[in-house]
Design a protein. Structure first.
Length: 77
């Protein structure tokens, strides 16, 4: 769909809602150039995570560590 800037101004919120509902971009002609309004998916929190190298050594070594001295457990009655 292609519109003039005047048509966009007259129906701005209707056009924006239409783009959000249908996902079809709208082209606006302004001063001989084309501008595009299109909906983009909101990035998930997981996509913004950065990798951090926190653990040094072999991760398998943690599995076999003896944590019995650190374990408080439930008090026996």
């Amino acid at each position: 769909m292609s519109l003039s800037a005047t048509k966009l101004r007259q129906n701005l919120y209707l056009i924006l809602d239409q783009v959000l509902e249908t996902g079809v971009p709208v082209q606006i002609e302004r001063n001989g150039r084309i501008l595009v309004i299109e909906a983009q998916a909101k990035p998930s929190k997981w996509d913004r995570l950065e990798e951090h190298a926190i653990l040094g050594g072999d991760p398998e070594g943690i599995v076999h560590m003896d944590w019995s001295a650190e374990w408080k457990g439930l008090a026996e009655s």
